[in-house]
Design a protein around this ligand. Structure first.
Ligand SMILES: C[S@@+](CC[C@H](N)C(=O)[O-])C[C@H]1O[C@@H](n2cnc3c(N)ncnc32)[C@H](O)[C@@H]1O
Length: 288
């Protein structure tokens, strides 16, 4: 099936277009100087991996490197994240068992989960990280409109550049089904490195068991890696990255949230036990 004739292109996109106000989106798109805005986030040392730049996501040419993706993401996501976008994201937040001081949201996109994290933990320093400067432009606009102090960082979630043990909670929502399995694994390893001992990782995504049974659905949204994602197990990948107390909770059969904890002792030896709060000033990479 070519990108031109996916079920998404033929049937669902016209339906979604019926619900979204295309004229309003076009006006929003045209009201933003994308290159100027993106430059505020864009870092020259961030390399774009080929899986990310070489194909379409959700039928959008160049995927998230197309500013159009940043404008259309939220209006479409509200219809595809059933039964209700806020409820689904809230499940990730409610799975957090600690009172984190520092939270990193990987592949934050337009920041929908990031904003909710900051609202749930107002005293925490919250950072949203994404490979697309255009998604960060939208995320920042949303945070400003909601009067939320969140930092936004252009980086690859596999190599964030933040110091070891500098976060208490690392999250990723709807990121893993969009990455090849090896990339998802290295993001988990990076999360492990970034967490302090006792820190929590939370991964919200499509339900892998259900996706395996509904293979036809995998053609619908033009998701190049969703089959690979469905075939794997976030649980097993988390354990392989060194996490303990790993548990996946099914959400309405179509989503799942997986939580793991960085243990004191892990297979490579003794986990670094630090209560010290490492100052992050200077670690939020500044644009080139
Ligand atoms: C489906 S969107 C999810 C966005 C957001 N987390 C949400 O819940 O709506 C996937 C996001 O992951 C980002 N992404 C994909 N691979 C990445 C990587 N290696 N590092 C950082 N961000 C990445 C994309 O740019 C995109 O914004």
């Amino acid at each position: 099936m070519s990108s031109q004739d996916t079920i998404w292109e033929r049937f669902l996109a016209p339906v979604v277009r019926f619900f979204i106000n295309e004229k309003e989106l076009q006006q929003l798109y045209e009201s933003i100087d994308w290159q100027q805005e993106a430059t505020r986030f864009q870092r020259a040392d961030v390399e774009t991996p080929s899986y990310y730049s070489s194909q379409n996501f959700h039928g959008i040419k160049h995927g998230y490197l197309n500013p159009g993706a940043a404008v259309s993401y939220d209006p479409i996501t509200q219809y595809v994240l059933l039964p209700n976008e806020k409820l689904v994201r809230q499940e990730l937040i409610e799975t957090i068992q600690s009172q984190p001081r520092r939270i990193l949201d990987l592949g934050c996109g337009t920041g929908s989960t990031t904003l909710m994290l900051k609202q749930a933990f107002p005293a925490a320093e919250v950072i949203g990280l994404d490979l697309s400067p255009y998604m960060l432009v939208m995320a920042e606009r949303k945070a400003q409109a909601a009067h939320l102090d969140i930092k936004w960082c252009h980086a690859n979630a596999e190599y964030t550049g933040f110091p070891d043990a500098s976060f208490d909670v690392v999250t990723a929502s709807l990121l893993f089904h969009e990455t090849p399995p090896a990339v998802a694994q290295s993001i988990l390893q990076e999360s492990f490195r970034l967490l302090s001992v006792g820190g929590e990782v939370l991964i919200l995504d499509g339900n892998q068991k259900t996706l395996r049974q509904l293979d036809w659905l995998n053609n619908v949204f033009e998701e190049p890696y969703i089959r690979d994602f469905a075939a794997k197990s976030v649980d097993a990948s988390m354990v392989a990255a060194g996490f303990a107390a790993v548990q996946t909770t099914d959400l309405w059969l179509i989503h799942q949230v997986t939580r793991g904890v960085k243990p004191l002792i892990h297979k490579s030896g003794v986990g670094e036990s630090t209560e010290e709060v490492i100052p992050l000033e200077g670690w939020i990479p500044s644009p080139a």
